[in-house]
Ligand binder design. Structure first.
Ligand code: ZN
Length: 187
């Protein structure tokens, strides 16, 4: 049932402006060790499960996970909780960054990677940068609210002092379908 990584090659984000050229494919993923090629897919699988649980709670279905990039340990996994917490900043990424910081013992998550089902908004992109996340993997692109490949393009700004390696399009079909379904039911 896994899609995405077996589909079209993932896109390196930013292209030549970031000194990266050519298509990035799943097997090139720096997140994956040669002995465990399904690792990144598994993280996105967990993020998608969190997104599905968020939908059941009536939240916009976005899920995220923070992983220790060296050990592969899951430090935090959660979905959107803006309704439940009555907190406009309770996006999945913000929640997992906060939780992971508690587990990791510091606000800076050096060597950690974040997987999220949707392109982060500007707020979350800033938080990801401040937390010093090593690699960002995300699912669906978000032309309306995204802040990485769209809108403010936070990581591309000269005022951004830490830019994670970013890869989009992982399982984007499933992530986008979940969001479409959610908003269709709400109409
Ligand atoms: Zn956000």
């Amino acid at each position: 049932m896994l899609q995405g990584l077996s589909g079209p090659p993932l896109r390196p984000l930013g292209g030549e402006s970031r000194g990266e050229v050519g298509l990035w494919t799943a097997k090139d993923s720096p997140l994956m060790s040669p002995t465990d090629p399904s690792r990144a897919q598994r993280y996105m699988e967990i993020a998608l499960e969190e997104a599905a649980e968020a939908a059941l709670r009536g939240e916009v279905p976005v899920g995220a996970v923070v992983v220790d990039g060296e050990t592969g340990e899951i430090l935090a996994a959660d979905g959107n909780r803006t309704e439940e917490l009555r907190d406009a900043t309770a996006h999945a990424e913000m929640l997992v960054l906060r939780e992971a910081a508690k587990v990791h013992g510091g606000g800076r998550l050096l060597g950690c990677d974040l997987c999220v089902t949707l392109e982060p908004c500007a707020m979350c992109a800033a938080a990801i940068s401040f937390a010093r996340i090593r690699r960002l993997y995300f699912g669906a692109l978000d032309a309306k609210g995204g802040g990485v490949e769209h809108g403010p393009r936070f990581f591309d700004q000269p005022t951004c002092h830490h830019r994670p390696e970013s890869y989009g399009g992982i399982d984007e079909i499933r992530a986008a379908a979940m969001l479409r379904e959610f908003f269709k039911e709400r109409r």
